[in-house]
Ligand binder design. Sequence first.
Ligand SMILES: [Mg+2]
Length: 271
Amino acid sequence: MASGNWYDSAIEGVLLDITGVLYNSTDEGGVPIPGSIEAVKRLKASGVRVRFCTNETQCTRQQLVDKLQRLGFELSVPEVFAPAPAACQLLKARGLTPHLLVYPGVLPEFEAFDLGAKPTCVVVGDAADIFNYETMNNTFRKLLEMDPPVLISMGVGKYYRHGGELMLDVGPFTKALEYAVRCEAIVVGKPDRNFFLGALQDMGVQPQNAIMVGDDIVNDVGGAQKCGLKGLQVRTGKFRPSDEHHPEVRPDGFVENLAHAVDLLLQHRKK
Ligand SMILES: [Mg+2]
């Protein structure tokens, strides 16, 4: 761990991961992680700027916000940064037409694009049980028809926790496609640098005055650290004890959960 405590620096802005930090997702929707609803409220009331940085790609931002509000969280769509809107920006900027390998819930984010037209790129998200031999083969063939193949991946997470079980995330499927067609995916969402910088810019906070709180040691913590933010690892969500001696990423701190992080941060600010 770096010398000094993560909360000793002047923190003006906090980026919060959602799944595994605010709540644990389940088939029934989700269960708030104890203390997180109050922690978000306390953080916002303190004047620290807050944005939510998620790699959730199974639903639209609006659906995600609606779900979290029902659980009791105070947040709004403009505060949420998610990969699908970032992918749409990239598609528009480059004039690309996507073939989508995504979960149906996220399709409304892509309504501006003609999904019946000949695709000039593939966008892959966490498609969950839509990932199968047929859909992967179909997507593989679409990539082969492009010269060069253009693969856009909404995050590259290895796994996440859902309903108490670890589930394969989009990353392993993106890697399979990269391997098959010999290309390198363009990543939107965490850990892409532009994704973190976009959220910081929206808050008006410099990287050295910001901290990312997440349960994914590589994409949340490591990704943020590469952008100059501090990265804080919670021991909730997909956290595993092996993260405490990860071969590549050393978080600026470990906390039991979001409430613990906010306690430390606000105690320090009051001094
Ligand atoms: Mg997470």
